[in-house]
Design a binder for this molecule. Structure first.
Ligand SMILES: C[S@@+](CC[C@H](N)C(=O)[O-])C[C@H]1O[C@@H](n2cnc3c(N)ncnc32)[C@H](O)[C@@H]1O
Length: 246
């Protein structure tokens, strides 16, 4: 099955444009800097097995394997992303410590295989959240940890403009509290849902300042300005989430 994202949001051209904003090998807010901060809170130890859901170009997988000596398996439902990630992997001396596979996480069949399931800003593309969390719960070993970040929506009514943006992108967004409830319903314990919407606004401002003044980057500039305005209105936020399989 082919994912339409390869011909819409994640064409090769648009991935490489996004990378100019997020930084080398990253397509998520804060790039390597936010990754360092999050990963430092995950208690990684050499030999642990990590599943990176929606691993993109592999920036986080490379960082975790290089810095903590963990094994990372990335799954991504964009052939363009997986092709780029595999090419970038060749440039690094990581042997088999990092692997990538093309596929829809909803079709995966992992059983008690991972110490950590990690995901950055990928779940917004996945509508069936109960099924997603069931699959991730099953993929974890007992006492295993789930950590992810995702775009969120605010508590208030969605404006017409915000609705149109979400529909055009095909996103499924939740409030941080709503996400926390879904995790608890899936059987996770020690659920922490952190509303990072304010930090998201600061990151968006820094990223906007980095958008090159080139005609080819004007659409990206506009989309960052719009995200920032939605964030300021309390419509578009961001959350960080921790949960444990008992
Ligand atoms: C915003 S990008 C983030 C990429 C990467 N996590 C990063 O931080 O750079 C979201 C990624 O999720 C992937 N994705 C979307 N739906 C997916 C699914 N059902 N299964 C696996 N990956 C998916 C997309 O192809 C894309 O690479």
């Amino acid at each position: 099955m082919t994912n339409p994202l390869d011909s819409t949001q994640y064409t090769l051209t648009s991935i490489l444009k996004y990378e100019r904003i997020y930084g080398h090998n990253f397509i998520s807010p804060g790039g390597l800097e936010s990754t360092r901060e999050m990963v430092s809170r995950l208690g990684l130890r050499p030999g642990m097995r990590v599943l990176d859901v929606g691993s993109g170009m592999g920036g986080a997988a490379f960082y975790m394997a290089q810095t903590f000596g963990v094994q990372v398996h990335g799954v991504d439902f964009s052939r363009n992303m997986v092709t780029l990630a595999e090419a970038r992997l060749q440039e690094l001396a990581l042997g088999t410590r990092v692997t990538f596979a093309y596929g829809d996480i909803l079709e995966s069949d992992f059983h008690e295989a991972f110490d950590l399931v990690y995901s950055r800003d990928a779940f917004l593309h996945i509508h069936d959240k109960p099924r997603l969390f069931h699959i991730l719960y099953r993929a974890l070993k007992a006492q295993g940890q789930l950590f992810f970040t995702d775009y969120c929506r605010g508590d208030g009514e969605m404006s017409e403009a915000f609705r149109a943006y979400v529909a055009e992108r095909g996103y499924d967004l939740h409030t941080p509290r709503g996400y926390g409830n879904l995790l608890a319903q899936a059987g996770f314990t020690d659920v922490v849902a952190e509303d990072k919407s304010k930090a998201f606004g600061e990151i968006l401002r820094q990223e906007l300042a980095r958008v090159p003044e080139e005609a080819s980057m004007m659409a990206i500039r506009r989309s960052w300005e719009e995200k920032l305005a939605r964030n300021a209105r309390g419509e578009q936020g961001w959350g960080w989430f921790w949960a444990r399989k008992p």
